[in-house]
Write a new protein. Structure first.
Length: 256
């Protein structure tokens, strides 16, 4: 059931089995973001992302990857039959303020992971995007349906020097997984077909790294919180570099 849908759509949206995972992350977020929204909107991008990194560090003490894998083992066993999986060594916090001005543009533009990585394992990475708090149709992640089937060589991109969500290399924004040299699609993808990933409470998205996704501008009046990380079959991983976002650990590591 899951594999057929994943192969065809490149995307599965499913209710999580262990809801405590989301609840525990939400408690940490509420502790770090307890002030009025006007306070956070007044902060510079670097000031806001500093708080987000501190929150992300605390979230990473929860062993979310391991708990999530155990919770959704039936899905992963079907998608990756008899394959050992590795997980990213960091869980990213996706905290995005309302986009009332360019200062608050904190979401990546539409992309796929191979725009930013030429490693041979990248097309086999499975992305997880897990809404935590105040995710709705005005700020959710977007995607181009079935775009995982488009070959890389048929897509043309260029560096987008004017993207307001650009972060500095090795900054707090970089630790949060945002791009310091973002690209934009200029040919090969029908961006007019972009649609929302819609979620009910305690649902998450599991999608191919080749699916064109992003564009989750926050047009609501609250900060939108989600978390995310990637998984990859160990037999696809040939090169495993250290990862800045996780403080120098290997990018992908085994489940303990």
């Amino acid at each position: 059931m899951f594999k057929n849908k994943y192969d065809k759509e490149g995307l599965i949206i499913k209710e999580i089995n262990n809801k405590n995972i989301i609840d525990d992350v939400k408690i940490i977020i509420n502790n770090f973001f307890s002030k009025d929204i006007n306070y956070y909107n007044s902060l510079s991008k670097e000031e806001f992302q500093k708080i987000a990194v501190e929150c992300q560090n605390e979230v990473n003490k929860l062993e979310v990857q391991k708990k999530f894998y155990l919770s959704e083992r039936n899905v992963f066993d079907e998608l990756f039959f008899n394959e050992d999986l590795l997980h990213e060594s960091v869980v990213f916090l996706r905290a995005v303020r309302p986009s009332k001005n360019s200062k608050n543009i904190e979401h990546p533009d539409m992309h796929r992971e191979t725009f930013y990585s030429d490693h041979s394992h990248t097309p086999y990475v499975l992305n997880l995007w897990i809404p935590i708090k105040d995710v709705n149709s005005k700020n959710t992640l977007k995607y181009v349906p079935k775009s995982h089937l488009i070959a890389d060589e048929n897509i043309k991109t260029e560096i987008d020097k004017d993207w307001p969500g650009t972060v500095k290399k090795h900054s707090n924004g970089h630790k949060l997984g945002f791009f310091w040299m973002p690209k934009k699609i200029i040919e090969g993808v029908d961006l007019k077909s972009t649609t929302n990933m819609e979620f009910s409470n305690y649902e998450y998205a599991l999608f191919s790294s080749m699916l064109i996704h992003g564009g989750a501008e926050n047009n609501s009046d609250k900060i939108r919180f989600a978390i995310g990380f990637g998984l990859v079959p160990s037999n696809k991983l040939i090169q495993n570099k250290t990862f800045f976002a996780s403080g120098g650990k290997n990018h992908y590591i085994k489940f303990n």
